[in-house]
Design a protein around this ligand. Structure first.
Ligand SMILES: *Cc1c(COP(=O)(O)O)cnc(C)c1O
Length: 421
């Protein structure tokens, strides 16, 4: 039967026939319209199912990438009830309070900072810092740190939007303190800020040189360190076993401030292990200057994010890394993952390498374990009610159990058992 043989069904009737998908009527109408106008009403169900699949939902991360950018970076388990909150009410005085007195104050304590504020993400944090401290003036940056972090965060572009002028110093691979000194001598007070940007997602190896934070702190300018990843303390007091070897020399907020940075900026959802957010922590007068800038109002988070950040900050203050999903997963011993893989009873148990991900710690691998089954089964795994995201390694579909919640092991088992997937 060709399309011409039958009159196209009414959009409304077709939409009604799809009600069992559970989608609201207007979405079904859209699916029906799209199918009819493409001349294939029979496709309406598939279009509706695609719409349903596109909606935000929990997925099982079997990739072993702990901070998977496509899967929302750090997983957080925060729920709030329908109640009002004291978001901007000081319960002691009954007066208007500040939302920055809640989670941000706790985060400051975690980092050993005088003060902190929170914005939408780290890109926003850098934007706000530069706009607040260097608008109409200049920021000195090493050419080796004019980075693109991914997702369109390019330091020179952010700088341009902040209204600060960029003064580049040094070369791609080598920049010395003297290069900064020279630029500051030349530009005088116009060079208001020195910005250090962590090369989060790449490494320059070989003949390289860059001044340390402590050296840059001697320049007599406001020193801002965009550390990005949000490691709060290099000693990791929230882990009973201390800092894992794979952390390498990742810069940490507390030590960067101790070395003389006036402000640090970092993401909430990378190594900090919280929700998407950007944190500005450091000197109280500079944090206050950022908070007073008109952009701060446009970039501020709501109670949902502040609640999740508060829970994360409390876990740090309680030295309870187990309460932070990223740190709990990142530090699971390989033996434990191996025995979970054996208990699944499907596929072949194998050792694999997890990665921190999230544009942090490039090249770092964490020994892990999982299971493999023959062939590329990624499509069918992804199309399950509870999507499972897997990798293909040498023709086999591999699930790394490090990033899988133990509660979901049975789901993996069901998905990989032949004839039931
Ligand atoms: C990841 C990163 C950013 C961007 O952070 P978002 O929270 O994604 O906006 C900025 N700077 C550095 C150094 C980073 O690593």
């Amino acid at each position: 039967m060709t399309e011409q043989d039958s009159r196209p069904p009414s959009v409304d009737r077709l939409a009604r026939s799809l009600h069992d998908t559970g989608l609201p009527h207007p979405m079904l109408v859209e699916a029906a319209r799209a199918a009819i106008s493409a001349g294939s009403p029979d496709d309406a169900r598939r279009i509706a199912e695609d719409m349903a699949r596109r909606m935000l939902r929990p997925v099982i991360n079997g990739t072993g990438t702990l901070l998977h950018t496509n899967l929302g970076r750090a997983p957080v388990g925060w729920e709030q009830t329908e109640h009002y909150s004291n978001l901007e009410l000081d319960l002691t005085t009954g007066e208007r309070g500040s939302r920055m007195d809640t989670a941000p104050a706790l985060i400051a304590q975690v980092c050993g900072a005088e003060a902190a504020i929170v914005v939408n993400n780290c890109a926003a944090a850098v934007l706000l810092v530069l706009a607040s401290l260097a608008e109409g003036r200049a920021v000195v940056v090493s050419r080796g740190e004019l980075v693109e972090i991914g997702g369109g965060f390019r330091v020179p572009d952010v700088m341009a939007r902040s209204g600060a002028r960029l003064i580049e110093v040094g070369t791609t691979n080598r920049t010395r303190l003297a290069d900064f000194k020279q630029a500051i001598d030349q530009h005088g007070e116009e060079a208001a800020v020195v910005l250090q940007v962590h090369q989060s997602n790449y490494k320059i190896v070989g003949f390289t040189e860059a001044p340390r934070t402590a050296e840059l702190a001697t320049l007599n300018r406001i020193l801002v360190a965009d550390i990005g990843s949000g490691l709060v303390d290099s000693r990791c007091p929230w882990l009973s076993s201390g800092p894992p070897g794979w952390l390498d020399d990742e810069p940490a907020a507390r030590q960067t401030l101790e070395a003389g940075a006036d402000l640090v900026t970092f993401s909430g959802d990378k190594l900090f292990g919280g929700p998407q957010a950007g944190i500005i922590a450091g000197r109280a007068d500079l944090v206050a200057q950022c908070a007073a800038h008109p952009l701060a109002r446009a970039l501020r988070p709501g109670a949902l994010v502040l609640g999740a950040l508060q829970a994360t900050a409390l876990a740090y203050l309680n030295r309870d890394g187990q309460a932070i999903p990223f740190w709990r997963m990142a530090t699971l011993p390989q033996d434990e993952l191996r025995s979970r893989a054996e208990n699944l009873g499907v596929g072949t148990v194998l050792d694999v390498a997890s990665t921190p991900g999230g544009g942090t710690l490039p090249g770092v691998e964490i020994p892990s374990a999982g299971v493999a089954v023959e062939g590329d089964q990624r499509n069918s795994l992804r199309n399950r009610q509870r999507p499972i995201i897997a990798r293909v390694i040498e023709g086999r579909t591999v699930i790394d159990l490090r990033t899988v919640q133990p509660d979901d092991d049975s789901e993996i088992e069901a998905a990989l058992t032949p004839g039931t997937g």
